[in-house]
Design a protein around this ligand. Structure first.
Ligand SMILES: Nc1ncnc2c1ncn2[C@@H]1O[C@H](COP(=O)(O)OP(=O)(O)O)[C@@H](O)[C@H]1O
Ligand SMILES: [Mg+2]
Length: 295
């Protein structure tokens, strides 16, 4: 059974087309990552599924049923912004949402234990990681058949992010269907069975992380680190992603092109610390498909 089936979904805000014909299926038990930069349309898609945001045209079924109040109960939704109340404690928030959702309260102690939540602590005193886990617990109150997370690790420090990833992996092991929107390729690569790459309102590629990386495999990636100058001319000539003190350059033939690239950088006054030729990542796939990086 397909957990989710989306056909030719379109959505505009005024004259602006945010979704331009989305086709996507999610199998039951699968973790699917929707990977795309800010503005790709990920939240719009998720809000249509989870919040009932109106759309222009297309078809959506959730476990075979058209979207409705009934299917809303099949979805556990963790929006990008927390929905917990600052002045209530963790437990009070869970009770409050159980009441609103008409969900059984007897599952609450188990959720508190499972996520090691400090039940008596006020929400405004929680760390970012704890707050995200509380929002996850809220989404799980009525045992949803599909869990939808919008940018779950945004704003979290690295240890909290890893902890959250472990929680999501735990769901996967239990056979929970999960849809995650993210602009972190590492998140998509680490968690997802399949990735749908999204850009400017369209899905431009779909597959397992391995399948997608094959798309860029005939390219090599030259990864240069250091205090780099003169990157503009390289970005103009090749597809390249610049980050703080690092440059990833996609080329057909690294061995032939490397000396020229190094010369350009050194002549411009760069202090190179390391140069490596690497396997493509999902971000390189994205770069190959769109000509730009993910952030
Ligand atoms: N309520 C809105 N009104 C007008 N434009 C919007 C609204 N929400 C989102 N957009 C625009 O739609 C595009 C997709 O946004 P969004 O779905 O939030 O993307 P993502 O979640 O991938 O960053 C962006 O260009 C954004 O500015
Ligand atoms: Mg978003």
């Amino acid at each position: 059974m397909k957990a989710l089936r989306i056909r030719e979904l379109r959505k505009s805000y005024g004259d602006f087309q945010a979704l331009r014909g989305i086709n996507l299926e999610v199998d039951e038990g699968e973790v699917l990552a929707l990977l795309g930069p800010n503005g790709a349309g990920k939240s719009t898609l998720i809000r249509i599924l989870a919040e009932g945001l109106a759309y222009d045209s297309g078809e959506i079924t959730i476990f075979g049923e058209p979207v409705s109040k009934r299917t809303a109960r099949l979805i556990g939704y963790v929006p990008q912004e927390s929905i917990a109340y600052d002045l209530l404690t963790v437990e009070e928030n869970l009770r409050f949402y159980a009441d609103i959702y008409d969900a059984p309260v007897k599952g609450i102690p188990k959720l508190i234990k499972e996520f090691s939540l400090p039940c008596g602590r006020k929400v405004r005193e929680l760390s970012g990681g704890m707050l995200r886990k509380l929002n996850l617990a809220i989404a799980l109150l009525y045992k949803p058949r599909i869990l939808i997370l919008d940018e779950p690790s945004i704003g979290l420090d690295v240890p909290s992010r890893r902890e959250l990833w472990n929680v999501i992996r735990g769901f996967k092991e239990k056979g929970q269907t999960v849809l995650i929107a993210t602009h972190y390729m590492e998140e998509a690569e680490t968690l997802a069975d399949r990735v749908a790459v999204m850009n400017e309102g369209r899905i431009i590629a779909k597959g397992t992380p391995e399948e997608l990386k094959k798309l860029a495999r005939n390219k090599s990636i030259i990864h240069v680190k250091g205090l780099l100058r003169g990157v503009e001319s390289i970005i103009k000539e090749f597809k390249a992603i610049e980050r703080e003190n690092s440059l990833r350059i996609q080329v057909e033939d690294a061995r032939r092109l490397l000396p020229g690239i190094v010369e350009t950088l050194v002549k411009a006054g760069s202090e190179i610390r390391s140069i490596r030729i690497e396997e493509p990542t999902l971000e390189d796939v994205f770069l190959k498909l769109t000509g730009r990086g993910l952030e």
